[in-house]
Design a protein around this ligand. Structure first.
Ligand code: SAH
Length: 388
């Protein structure tokens, strides 16, 4: 009988005890529920452990949303959404684009909601969240009154859930280009096709931090729409922004022009090749940003990722003038903060550079880390100074 109950093993109970909301397939004892259901989770003696979103496809079979006998109903979703929104309001973010709901860290596992001006972009990344989307959309409309809500349900992780990849308007209308402001920079964002939900919002506070040091000649690598380049350009003499994507480079140029930043040059190049070429030509920079995509998408690719991080950090430290600053990032959650620091240290040794850590940073505060869920801490950012 499908009474929406899932029983888990003692090892699953241990996971809940240490505060982790994910219960893997191997820790499931019995299932009486259909895909995407909200289920009652019980332990080996049938004791109630909480409620969860159930997936019949993913390795993450349960995503816990409550503990004990607390039910997961409309009242709960509303209070969690309101709590997430109030927290973002309290941050007094100097931008019209930021993350409103960051999944697990807002106790709304596998749900992302980003604000872009008057619009919201949402991602439902599990069967349970997919089924809840109409209900949650209703609450978002009542709470925030957006002009439109777009579902950017095209991330590949949806395939692991047996869900289709779709992009659709859920409420109101959403234009092909939304104008947003981050600090002094105005961006044109394409919510339908841009990476992630349109911008790399998680780097906003690191751009602000980098502005404390940026000067002289800036090299912004893996620039995408020019996030760091545009934020730092007013502080620098000249800026070279590099991204492999022609589309991204076209947007950097457009955004530079709209913001009247005449000192920004953008090139569509492979960073690995271009760093080597810049070194061969003996070029030097006062400020360098390294913000690559996640090199380690899974555990198997960690070793290769580390050699990638080593390579770009080594080249960057050679291109950096003494006294200059390197802003170096990793958004691979499979590469720990310690492993990342080690690999950058190894690069410094090989570059014969003495380097100090000026700031140790992470993703912006609108992308909080849930203390008991290491997976929610993914973005590492070191601001380094090369000594003379
Ligand atoms: N720094 C950006 C975000 C970077 S996302 C910001 O603040 O908004 C990573 C970017 O790296 C993507 O735009 C992708 O197109 C680019 N990229 C990936 N591999 C690359 C390579 N080998 N060379 C140059 N760019 C690359």
């Amino acid at each position: 009988m499908l009474d929406n109950t899932v029983a888990i093993t003692p090892r699953g109970e241990d996971r809940i005890r240490i505060g982790h909301p994910w219960i893997y397939r191997s820790d499931i004892a019995t299932v009486h529920a259909g895909p995407g259901a909200i289920v009652r989770v019980v332990g080996r003696r049938q004791q109630p452990l909480g409620h969860a979103l159930y997936s019949d496809r993913s390795e993450i079979t349960l995503r816990m949303v409550t503990r004990g006998t607390e039910v997961a109903d409309a009242r709960l979703w509303r209070s969690r959404i309101e709590q997430a929104v109030r927290f973002r309001e309290s941050l007094r973010i100097d931008a019209t684009a930021y993350r409103l709901i960051h999944g697990e860290a807002d106790l709304l596992p596998s749900l992302v909601v980003d604000r872009y001006g008057d619009y919201l972009v949402v991602q439902a990344l599990s069967q349970g969240m997919d089924r809840l989307t109409p209900e949650l959309t209703g609450i978002l409309v009542e709470t925030l009154r957006p002009a439109g809500i777009l579902a950017r349900n095209d991330p590949r992780v949806r395939l692991l859930e047996g869900l289709e990849q779709t992009v659709e308007v859920l409420h109101g209308s959403v234009p092909p280009v939304i104008e947003v402001k981050e600090g002094l920079v105005e961006y044109q964002v394409d919510p339908y096709h841009g990476q992630k939900t349109g911008l790399f919002l998680d780097q906003r506070e690191n751009r602000i931090a980098a502005a404390r040091y940026a000067r002289g000649r800036l090299l912004d690598t893996f620039s995408y729409n020019g996030g760091f380049a545009l934020a730092l350009a007013p502080l620098c003499d000249e800026v070279l922004a590099i991204d492999i994507s022609e589309d991204a480079v076209a947007r950097i140029r457009l955004n530079a022009e709209r913001n009247r930043l005449a000192n920004v040059e953008a090139r569509a190049m492979n960073v690995f090749d271009e760093l080597r070429e810049l070194e061969r030509r003996g070029e030097q920079f006062d400020t360098i940003v390294l913000d690559p995509p996640a090199f380690a998408k899974n555990k198997a690719s960690v070793a290769k990722a580390l050699s990638g991080y080593k390579e770009i950090n080594l080249r960057a430290l050679k291109l950096l003038r003494p006294g200059g600053f390197l802003v170096t990032c990793s958004c691979s959650y499979n590469v720990s903060e310690a492993a990342f620091a080690d690999v950058v240290a190894a690069a410094a040794v090989d570059a014969h550079a003495d380097v100090t850590v000026v700031e140790k940073r992470m993703q912006g505060r609108d992308h909080p880390v849930l203390l008991t869920v290491p997976e929610t801490f993914y973005l590492k950012c070191l601001i380094l100074r090369k000594l003379a």
